[in-house]
Design a protein. Sequence first.
Length: 393
Amino acid sequence: MHIAFITVPASGHVLPTLPLVQELTRRGHRVSYATSAAFGEQIAGSGAELVALDWTPRKVSASKGGQTTAELAEMLAMSVRSTRRVLPATLAWLERDRPDVIVHDMMTVLGAVAAHRLGVPSVTTYPNFAGNEHFNLVEVLVPKDFDPAHPAFQEYLAERDRLAADFEVPVDVIAGMRPTARLNLVFVPREFQIQGEVFGDDFRFIGPSLGDRADDDSWRPPAGAGKVLFVSLGTVVNDRLDFFGTVIKAFGGGDWHVAMATGHQVDIAELGEIPANIEVRPFFPQPTVLRHADVFLSHTGMGSTMEAIMREVPIVSYPQIPEQAANGQRAQELGLGRLLDIDGDLDPDELRRTVEEVAVDKEIRLRLAEMAAHVRDAGGPAAGADAIEGLVG
């Protein structure tokens, strides 16, 4: 088969699909992967052919204390604008090299519109929670003080409706919150999904996979290091100099070895003098660090949450946007870690105390082992490839 993947240019959306792509190419299928050229190396490594789109990774903003309605509206509007910009070239490519099936990310408006316009069977991938007619995913993704009458959100709705009219597709396809594909692949185990019991056979909870990233051995804690704390706010909403400064105050000079990934928006020099027990870089090889970590202080993006579960590392959640807060809340509900309060200033003493309590909590370790077993049983890339082959026949 010729299988076309189309995914928004964000690590948390692209990376979870690559083990599935590797499995499909291993089986002899030809995979074309449309996204930003920034992911060219990873796409090539998966065995797929990159179709580079003029699609730069979007900057997602979130105020201290959580994302606002205006910030959410701007994020959604940027998605509509980028879709309008690259859709003509995408349709031209797909018409020249018509695929047997289009696999698109649930946040990728471009993929849903292209599949509808060409009448090609489609598969939706979910790197986070899925939604259907029984579980309203919108309620998970909007800010807690969401105001649908906010002028910025009304402008997004107007842009969305204009895109639907201009390209003659139903608004529901543009909205992207209701499943329109015949097959939906969810990269979490059903046991982690909120209300997992209400999803039918059109949703396959195949769980996450690290793929080749599991074999990376490029980082180890220094000789003689004690407990290891890995700190990361992910790759999208990480412009939080205050948070990283608080981590240094909480753990600097202590008996924890801290590996702290600050991302690309923070100037490390602004953190001042870094204590010897704290290792600061823009990025770390996350699956590798988690192999050695005793606790993960995380934004709880779903990819990071699943990687912590696979490595059975307790999670302390400090979310930045609503979907991350939902992940952190779910992890706490299931006994996999603790959720910090982001409404006020983060207290260094409280942060250190929470991390130390989670590190020695035997119940959390037990629940992590159980959820890790559910991940292994979910089937992973092989189950996803089976489902795609079954759909196309």
